[in-house]
Design a protein around this ligand. Structure first.
Ligand code: PLP
Length: 453
């Protein structure tokens, strides 16, 4: 009998997150205050984040305990299944073994609830009752609205304009959990009005929506804090539960991955699946191929510059050392809205720069092709974002078919695509466009990267 599902006993769910900081191969450079160009201290972040999250942001503790209240909510859907994709392997005719961690089973439909729950919790215990945030595809807005509902908090979500149009039901879902949704750029913030005038036909971007949500927190006089769904160290930290569980699940069937893959927007689900395995390569000498899969229409790591840049278009965040396409880069309106971000997590950037990890970029048509091969063999419609990871996993499996290698491939299925059927319609009717980004378009974005001299 085939064991498709490798389940983890609920009692064995890890009760601490893994912090990669002490295991980094070389020290990381700190975020800088854009005014003084000095390293940001906790006080610089206190206007927008509560202290427990700021402490996690800079922590050098190897493991950080998950609070009991958060564990209780995690148990609503965790541990998530690890599945051996026998049927996909068969469809491809590959000797490779393919495993995927199914984060689509969360009530939000994606991995994002892994961090929205602790973020809401730490704000709540710090006396904050209201959060503001941005959302691209709507996944993060959904996850934060669920978490806020659970902790009885208010929530305002700035939703990237193009997704607001493309994904009306994502918006309804966020509203069903009691949050307020505003299309971005909006007229409700100073920075929104300014950027709407500057980029009239952009359809918005994550960079703009972040600026709006940050402004709301900064100008609230402390009643509202800001919450980010990716990029920051504490967000990546919360996502490591994915890889920690996957490691235990693989161990239980005597397997260890040769290749680990995640789609990469800000880098949180990719970090979640990969970081708990990273010390085995950095210190343990294991030969693991870590692959971040990004869209060719927003090729942050594969074509960006490694430099200090803002996390948002309105230049409100600290300067972060990262791969960046420039904080005013406006990505084309591809359907993987969650991957339309000009930058990437500094921790992921650092590991790529140090040669521990690598990135690949794909156009959307080959990703949807991979998504349907996966859907028709595994029975799950993946999120357009996740389809980038599936494309990379299929390509690695096909390489094994050529070479005869029996590699073990692990990837993160970051979410399902039930709210993305417009995108599938476009693909199935042959109307989905690939975007070949010209170098001069990229150069314009890259010109906005601050020159620190
Ligand atoms: C938000 C999202 C992503 C991209 O964000 P990361 O921080 O890079 O993980 C990927 N997949 C899904 C399903 C998402 O909702």
């Amino acid at each position: 009998m085939r064991e498709y599902n490798i389940n983890l006993d609920a009692k064995k769910m890890p009760d601490a997150w893994y912090n990669i900081m002490p295991d980094m191969p070389t020290p990381m450079v700190p975020p800088l205050h854009p005014g003084t160009l000095q390293p940001c201290g906790p006080q610089d972040l206190a206007a927008i984040f509560p202290m427990p999250l700021i402490e996690q942001e800079v922590s050098m503790q190897p493991m950080i305990s998950i609070p009991g209240e958060v564990m209780d909510i995690y148990r609503l859907w965790r541990p998530t299944p690890l599945r051996r994709a026998y049927r996909l392997e068969q469809a491809l005719g590959t000797p490779a073994k393919i495993f995927y961690k199914n984060e689509s089973v969360s009530p939000a439909g994606s991995h994002k609830l892994n961090t929205s729950v602790p973020q809401a919790y730490y704000n709540k215990i710090s006396g904050v009752n209201e959060l503001s945030t941005e959302t691209g595809a709507g996944q993060w807005g959904t996850a934060l609205s669920i978490a806020c509902a659970m902790f009885d908090m208010k929530c305002t979500v700035y939703m990237v304009g193009v997704s607001f149009q493309q994904k009306p039901y994502r918006r309804s879902m966020i509203e069903a959990f009691g949050a307020k949704v505003i299309s971005s750029p909006s007229q409700t913030t100073e920075i929104g009005r300014k950027l709407a005038a500057e980029y009239p036909d952009s359809g918005g971007s994550l960079g703009i929506a972040i600026s709006e949500a940050v402004e709301v927190a900064v100008t609230s006089g402390g009643t509202t804090k800001y919450s980010l769904g990716s990029v920051l160290n504490h967000v990546l930290l919360h996502q490591t539960i994915i890889g920690e569980e996957a490691k235990l699940q693989l161990e239980s069937v005597g397997e260890y991955p040769d290749v680990i893959i995640g789609c990469c927007g800000g880098g949180s689900n990719y970090a979640g699946i990969s970081f708990p395995f990273a010390p085995d390569k950095i210190k343990g000498g294991k030969n693991i191929d870590f692959i971040a899969a990004e869209p060719a229409a927003c090729p942050t790591i594969t074509r960006g510059t490694y430099a200090y840049d803002f996390g948002d278009t309105g230049q409100m965040t600290p300067l972060l050392k990262q791969y960046t396409l420039g904080h005013n880069f406006m990505p084309p309106g591809i359907h993987a809205g969650g991957l339309r971000y000009h930058g990437v997590a500094t921790q992921v950037a650092h590991l790529v720069h140090e040669g521990v990890m690598r990135a690949v970029a794909y156009q959307q048509n080959p990703c949807f092709e991979a998504a349907l091969i996966f859907a028709r063999s595994e029975g799950i419609i993946p999120a357009p974002e996740s389809s980038h990871a599936i494309r990379a996993a299929i390509d690695e499996a096909l390489k094994c078919k050529e070479s005869g290698e029996t590699k073990t491939i692990l990837f993160s299925l970051s979410g399902h695509g039930h709210f993305d059927m417009t995108a599938y319609d476009a693909y199935l009717s042959g109307k989905l466009e690939d975007y070949e980004l010209e170098q001069d378009v990229l150069n314009k974005g890259i010109a906005s990267i601050p020159n620190l001299g």
